[in-house]
Design a protein around this ligand. Structure first.
Ligand SMILES: Cc1cc2nc3c(=O)[nH]c(=O)nc-3n(C[C@H](O)[C@H](O)[C@H](O)COP(=O)(O)O)c2cc1C
Ligand code: SF4
Length: 435
C-alpha cells in the first residue's frame, strides 16, 4: 500500500459531513434534487485538489489509501484508473450514469437527489487527471436534473473544468464502458471491438477516465475529507459505504446507503424486510447470482463476505423473491431480456444467448428442455467469448439459478411447478422483451 503523503493527510474539515450515513443521499425523505446552495451548506465548497503533478499524485495516493473501488459492477480500484490516466496528456473524464439495468435505480436516485455531489466528483477527477472537461452520461429519467445542476454551477462560476451532460441510451449494454464512449462519439450504444484501454485511447482517441457516477460521488468526499474519514464505515479491506437497490418482494423497495459489510439480512430490514416468507435473492443485478435468502442473511454485503456464498456485489442490487414464486419463471424472463439485449455483434452472444434463453423458457414452461445441451451451451458461451462481458454475466446468472432451483427443476421436468404466486413476473423487464 502507498505511504500516506504528509500534505494529503486530509482530515474532516468540519462536522457538516459526519462519518455516519447517509453520506451521498440527502438526510430525510425528500425526493427533490438538492440545489447548489443546500449542497454547499452541507458539504462545503468543493476542493480543487490538484494544481501540480505532485499534488495530483498525493491525491491519488489518498484515494488508494481510502481503498475506493468502482461501484459500476466490476469493483476495480479507482486509484489505479486515476493513475493510468493522470500519466497522459489531453485526458477527459466520463461519469457513467447509464444504469440500463431495469431493476437497479441507485444511480438514478443519486443523480436525481444529489446531482452536485456527482458533479463535484467529476470535477475532482478532472483536476486529478489533468483534464479540462468532464461529461456525465445520465439515464434519460434524470438527465434534465443533472443538466439543470450544471447550469446552476456555470452561473455560480464554480468549476474550472467544463461540465456537460449527455442523456444515456436506455439499453442494457449501453452502460458498458466502450459502449458509453461509442454513444457519445457516434450515437451508437453498443460496445466497441476490444482494442486499446480507455485510459490510453478512449473518447475521440483521448486518454479517458470512465467511472460510475456513485464512484465519483465517493471521490468527491475523499478529496476534502480524506481516507480516514472515508474508512470510518465499512470493513478494513473494503472501506466506505455503498448504495443498494432493494427490489422485488420487499416491503419498501428503493435505494438505501449502507456501510460495506452490513449483513444482507440487515440491509433487507432497511426496506422493511421481505413481503411474505423469504425465498431466493438475486444479488448483484441481472449479471448476479441467485442465492437462498436464509443462507445469505448473515453474510456481510462486501466482496469478501459474499464470496463465501459464491456471490459478487455487482451493481449493488438485491432482488427478493417470495418463497411461493417460481425462480425458474423469473430466470427465464430475465434470460430472454438479456439475450434480446445482445448488441448483435458477436456470434456466441447473439446465437448462444438466444438458444440458452430458449431452453430456460422450455424449462420454466415445463416443455421438456434438453438439460445436457443447456449445460453444454452455458459452458461454451460464458467463457469470455464475447467482445464484452454480456454473455459471461448472463451465463453466470442462469447457471446460479440451475444450481439453486435444482429441486424445482425436477418438478418442472415432471410437468408441475410448486410456485403459487402469479407468474406475471416480479422483477422488471421491458415489455418489448416478453414473448
Ligand atoms: C453489459 C454491461 C453493462 C454495464 N452497464 C453499466 C452501467 O449501466 N453503469 C455503470 O456504471 N457501469 C456499467 N458497466 C460496467 C462498465 O463497463 C464499467 O466497468 C464501469 O462503468 C466503470 O466504472 P467504475 O470503475 O466506477 O465502476 C456495464 C458493463 C457491462 C459488461
Ligand atoms: S458480447 Fe454481446 S453485447 Fe457484448 S459486444 Fe458482443 S454482441 Fe455486443
Amino acid at each position: 500500500m502507498t505511504a500516506r503523503p504528509a500534505s494529503a493527510q486530509a482530515t474532516v474539515a468540519d462536522d457538516r459531513v459526519p462519518a455516519r450515513l447517509p453520506r451521498l443521499l440527502p438526510d430525510g425523505f425528500s425526493d427533490k434534487p438538492t440545489c447548489l446552495a443546500d449542497h454547499l451548506a452541507r458539504y462545503g465548497q468543493p476542493v480543487a485538489p490538484a494544481q501540480s503533478s505532485r499534488r495530483r499524485e498525493e491525491f491519488i495516493a489518498e484515494v488508494e489509501i481510502a481503498g475506493l473501488a468502482g461501484r459500476g459492477g466490476a469493483g476495480f480500484p479507482t486509484a489505479r484508473k486515476l493513475a493510468a490516466v493522470a500519466s497522459r496528456r489531453h485526458a477527459i473524464v466520463i461519469g457513467n450514469g447509464t444504469e440500463g439495468e431495469p431493476a437497479s435505480t441507485k444511480d438514478k436516485v443519486l443523480l436525481g437527489r444529489s446531482p452536485h455531489l456527482v458533479l463535484d466528483g467529476a470535477v475532482a477527477a478532472a483536476e486529478i487527471v489533468g483534464a479540462t472537461e468532464a461529461i456525465i452520461v445520465a439515464h434519460p429519467a434524470v438527465s434534465d436534473i443533472v443538466a439543470a445542476a450544471v447550469s446552476e454551477r456555470r452561473r455560480a462560476r464554480l468549476d474550472r473544468a467544463r461540465l456537460s451532460v449527455v442523456p444515456a441510451a436506455d439499453e442494457f449494454v449501453a452502460g458498458e464502458a466502450s459502449a458509453v464512449v461509442h454513444w457519445i462519439e457516434r450515437g451508437i450504444p453498443t460496445p466497441k471491438p476490444p482494442g486499446r484501454r480507455l485510459s490510453e485511447s478512449g473518447l475521440h482517441g483521448r486518454p479517458t477516465l470512465l467511472q460510475n457516477v456513485e464512484t465519483l460521488a465517493h471521490l468527491a468526499l475523499i478529496t476534502p475529507y480524506g481516507a480516514d474519514w472515508f474508512s470510518a464505515v465499512g470493513t478494513v479491506a473494503e472501506p466506505g459505504s455503498m448504495l443498494v437497490t432493494l427490489a422485488g418482494a420487499v416491503r419498501y423497495p428503493g435505494v438505501y446507503e449502507v456501510a460495506i459489510g452490513t449483513p444482507v439480512g440487515e440491509v433487507l430490514s432497511l426496506g422493511g424486510g421481505t413481503s411474505g416468507p423469504p425465498g431466493a435473492l438475486l444479488v448483484g443485478g441481472y449479471f448476479g447470482t441467485w442465492v437462498d435468502s436464509v443462507r445469505a442473511a448473515g453474510v456481510p454485503l462486501s466482496a469478501a463476505g459474499l464470496q463465501q456464498v459464491g456471490v459478487g456485489v455487482g451493481a449493488g442490487l438485491i432482488a427478493a423473491l417470495p418463497a411461493n414464486a417460481c425462480g425458474l419463471a423469473e430466470t427465464a424472463r430475465i434470460a430472454r431480456y438479456l439475450a434480446s439485449s445482445s448488441a448483435g455483434q458477436c456470434g456466441p452472444c447473439v446465437f448462444g444467448l438466444d438458444a440458452i434463453a430458449g431452453q430456460v423458457e422450455r424449462l420454466a414452461d415445463g416443455r421438456g428442455p434438453d438439460m445436457a445441451r443447456l449445460h453444454r451451451w452455458l459452458g461454451q458461451v460464458g467463457s469470455g467469448r464475447g467482445a464484452c462481458k454480456h454473455p459471461d454475466g448472463t451465463v453466470r446468472m442462469i447457471a446460479s439459478a440451475l444450481a439453486l432451483f435444482s429441486r424445482e427443476i425436477d418438478h418442472h421436468v415432471r410437468g408441475w411447478c410448486s410456485g403459487s404466486a402469479s407468474r406475471a413476473g416480479l422483477l422488471p423487464v421491458p415489455a418489448w422483451s416478453l414473448r
